[in-house]
Structures are given as structure tokens and as C-alpha cells.
Write a protein that binds this ligand. Structure first.
Ligand SMILES: *[C@@H]1O[C@H](CO)[C@@H](O)[C@H](O)[C@H]1NC(C)=O
Ligand SMILES: *[C@@H]1O[C@H](CO)[C@@H](O)[C@H](O)[C@H]1NC(C)=O
Length: 276
């Protein structure tokens, strides 16, 4: 009997903190479809929606550990630090008009913005959100992997951005949508924006096609599946996102490989060292 209780405790502990990163229980659609589509519920399980207490959407983020969300710094621009208690992080979310089976809201303990963040140039547009309670893992809630600092990703690689705003004209406004976004050469973004920063930013998406991310997707992860079968967050949606029907510019993402050291230090400093 004692042994059974002990075994149950071990199984419970593993299911609470021992899930692997970058592995979805529900497989996402990864056909080479150009254009956006509605995501399969739970297939991008690290996606979170960042809102205020009234449900106003500020952006998206990705779960990298039980207390830690990776997002962009500029979603906090209009918000006073002392109103953090009004923020909500929705994990396991799919349809924003209903309560999904695995949906759960979390409160925010703190926000760690990159000290070099510049709202004008959007340089170092990266931040961590620390939740009050640990995020409970389930089939629709899992962490994504952080890439190695040296593990750059290749031009032409097909990565995906999911969001509640992306693919506005081809997905569904209420549900999580996804968009395949190929990585493009830095020169393409540099030709669209004279303040593009090739060292710390990634250029991805499409030129001369009306497919892009929208403001609600800012902070969301650009994820790529590596040869080990796991999904890695290679970019954070930052700027260039313009889902108007006339948009013809690619998207600009923060290059997570360039910020790995900052992320690891900030996580250690907040008391939640990276586990993977
Ligand atoms: C989202 O939920 C609402 C409310 O339950 C429902 O009316 C709507 O059809 C759902 N949307 C989708 C795309 O499933
Ligand atoms: C922020 O970026 C703008 C535009 O590039 C630049 O003029 C300004 O000096 C930067 N501010 C800081 C504090 O670096």
C-alpha cells in the first residue's frame, strides 16, 4: 500500500513539472499550406493570450516554464506597472468567445522587460511575464523549447506563427489561427524598413502577398520544428505586423537565439531558473 501511494506521488510529480518542452500532444497542421487557417484546438499548447481584466487583448506570448511567459516588451507600453493585478494570462485557450475545456486564467506577479528596450526603434523588444501560480500542464498546455544561442535558423525554413489576430482574412476571428511563415533573407526586411536590425531581428513571412500578423499577435512565438522533433521558439513577433488588406511587407521578429543569455539570467533572477 505504501509503495502504491509512493508511486502515485512520483507519477503526479512527473506530470506536474516533468513534461518535455516543444512537444504537443495534439499534432498541429503542418502541411505546406500558404495562407492562414484555423489551428486545431490544443495543437500550439505554449500559446497564451495576454488580456486585461475586461478581456481587452494586449498581445500573445509563449510558455517557456511553469511560471514564465516569453513575450514582447512593447505590449506593456501603455500599461502602468502598478496595474499588473489587472492582467490575465490565458493558457489552453482556443475560442475567445467561450470557455475551452483546458482554458485557465493566471494572474501576473511581475514583468521583466529587457533593460535596453527602446519603444521608438523597438530594439530589444523582449520581456518575461512571471505568473503568480504555476501553469498547470495538460494536453492543451505545454512549454515550448528555447533554441541554443548558436542555433540560428536557415533562410527558407518553414516556421509557424499562431495567434488570435493573425490571418484575419483567412482564418476565424474567434479562434486561434496559424500561418506558415518562411524565414526570409535580412536584406528583404532591410529594404522595407530602414531601421531593421539584422543582428537581433529575424525577417519572416511574405512580400507582396496579403499575409501577415496583426497587432493582437505581437509577442507571439515564431516556432520551428527541429530534427529532434521538438518545436523551438525562434522569434517573437515584434513589428511589421500589418493585417490590413493592403499589407505587402514581411514580419519582423526578435531573434531569440540572440537573447538566450538575457532570458536565462532574467529567469534565474526571478527565482525560476530554466529547466530544459
Ligand atoms: C466560439 O464560441 C462561440 C460561443 O460558444 C460560438 O458561438 C462560436 O461558434 C465558436 N466559434 C468557432 C469558430 O467555433
Ligand atoms: C531609441 O531609438 C531612437 C530611434 O532609433 C534613437 O533616436 C534614440 O536615441 C534611442 N534611445 C535610446 C535611449 O537609445
Amino acid at each position: 500500500m505504501k509503495l502504491i501511494v509512493l508511486l502515485l506521488c512520483v507519477v503526479f510529480a512527473a506530470s506536474q513539472s516533468g513534461v518535455p518542452c516543444g512537444v504537443s500532444v495534439v499534432q498541429p497542421i503542418t502541411k505546406r499550406l500558404v495562407g492562414g487557417q484555423v489551428a486545431i484546438p490544443g495543437s500550439w499548447p505554449w500559446m497564451v493570450l495576454v488580456t486585461d481584466s475586461l478581456g481587452y487583448i494586449y498581445g500573445s506570448g509563449s510558455i517557456i516554464d511553469q511560471h514564465v511567459i516569453l513575450t514582447s516588451a512593447h505590449i506593456f507600453h501603455r500599461v502602468f506597472e502598478n496595474s499588473l493585478h489587472r492582467w490575465r494570462i490565458y493558457a489552453g485557450e482556443h475560442n475567445i468567445s467561450t470557455v475551452d475545456p483546458h482554458e485557465k486564467a493566471y494572474y501576473v506577479r511581475g514583468v521583466e522587460k529587457h533593460p535596453g528596450f527602446n519603444i521608438t526603434s523597438l530594439e530589444n523588444d523582449i520581456a518575461l511575464i512571471i505568473t503568480v501560480d504555476p501553469i498547470a500542464w495538460n494536453d492543451a498546455t505545454r512549454p515550448v523549447c528555447l533554441p541554443d544561442a548558436m542555433h540560428g535558423f536557415q533562410v527558407g525554413e518553414n516556421c509557424y506563427l499562431a495567434g488570435w489576430g493573425s490571418t484575419k482574412y483567412t482564418g476565424n476571428d474567434e479562434t486561434l489561427n496559424q500561418l506558415m511563415m518562411p524565414k526570409l533573407d535580412d536584406n528583404i526586411c532591410a529594404s522595407h524598413w530602414n531601421d531593421y536590425l539584422p543582428v537581433t531581428e529575424i525577417c519572416a513571412g511574405y512580400e507582396n502577398q496579403q499575409k501577415d500578423f496583426c497587432v493582437d499577435d505581437v509577442g507571439g512565438p515564431l516556432v520551428c520544428k527541429k530534427s529532434d522533433g521538438a518545436w523551438y521558439v525562434e522569434g517573437i513577433a515584434s513589428s511589421g505586423g500589418d493585417c490590413s488588406q493592403t499589407s505587402d511587407s514581411p514580419g519582423v521578429f526578435e531573434d531569440v537565439t540572440q537573447y538566450k543569455d538575457w532570458i536565462l539570467n532574467a529567469m534565474r533572477g526571478s527565482g525560476y531558473p530554466y529547466q530544459y
